[in-house]
Every structure is written in C-alpha cells, then in structure tokens.
Design a protein around this ligand. Sequence first.
Ligand SMILES: [Fe+2]
Length: 187
Amino acid sequence: MNREEALKLLQQYLRDEKMVKHCLAVEAIMMYLARRLGEDEDLWRLVGLLHDIDYDYVGRDMRKHGLEALNILKNRGLPSEVLEAIAGHNEHNGFKVVNEKALKLVHALRASDHASGLIIATALVMPNKKLAEVKLETLMKKFRSKDFARGVDRERIKEIELLGIKLDEFLELALEALKSIADKLAL
Ligand SMILES: [Fe+2]
C-alpha cells in the first residue's frame, strides 16, 4: 500500500476532519523519527498515518480501538509489524505486541501520538494560534505543567527515551515535523 492509497482509505473510515489532521500530524512526526533513527521512512510514516483508522468505526471504544484496524488493514500487503504496532499502540485493548520491530514502532507511535497533542494544544494558546510561534522552551514548560492539556499522557511521550532519544530532542524534532506541515494542519 502506498501513501496515497493509505490516505484515501483513512478518509473513507474517518469522518472527522480533525481526526484526519491528527493522523497527518502523527505521520509527520513518525517520518522525522525514522530519519533520526535510520529506519524506513515510508514504513514509519504509514504507521503514523493509519494508526487511528478504526477510531470512529469502533465508536471510540477503547477496548476495541486498534483491534478493528487489523481487519481493515489485513490483506493489503502491509508488513506484519505495521499491523502489530497499530493494534498495540492502544494499551487498553489487551493486544500483546511480541515482534521486536513492532515494539519499537509502538513506543515511537505512542510518543508521537501524545507529542502531537501537546504541541497542537500549545499552538492554540499562542497569541496568533500558530505553530510558528511555539518554541521548545514553551513546550517543555507545558510538558511539566500537569494542568495543561490533561488528555496528553506525559508518560507516553517519555516512551521515546526507550529508543535512546532524550525528551527535549524529541519535542524539538516533533515541533519541526509539525511546522513542516503547518498549512495542512491550518495552524
Ligand atoms: Fe492517535
């Protein structure tokens, strides 16, 4: 499955434009991460792009989210670690990830998922609500401020350290990734 096919499929399953933007944001961070880690950029960005494909389909039921994606994405020529990582990124569905490549993707995906939330929430409290106004220093402050964007799980963001990347380096990379698609995010 190429990127264009993946985006088309995603748009069939996600009705909410906000969710599509969220997936584009996670895709961008995963691509930058793959580049940083010397991993397969096309593969990693596909994982980011498709990770929430079943979110609306399962009625946002966290016991099912990720599992239905396995059905949607099977027989489409995607490597098994892609499917495993997407199923495993939600820790509430009981899915166990065993493949080592998939485990690496899971940590990257969880970190990217929540980092995108933190960065976008931060952009939205800037004077002009623009990503361009967000600085790493502000992001680090928002990361430590527990009352800010409570839905963002800081522990998930810290999973990036399991891949040998420090938190500040990761947030900087993620911020650059989102700035690179600011027009698509309308931010
Ligand atoms: Fe997500």
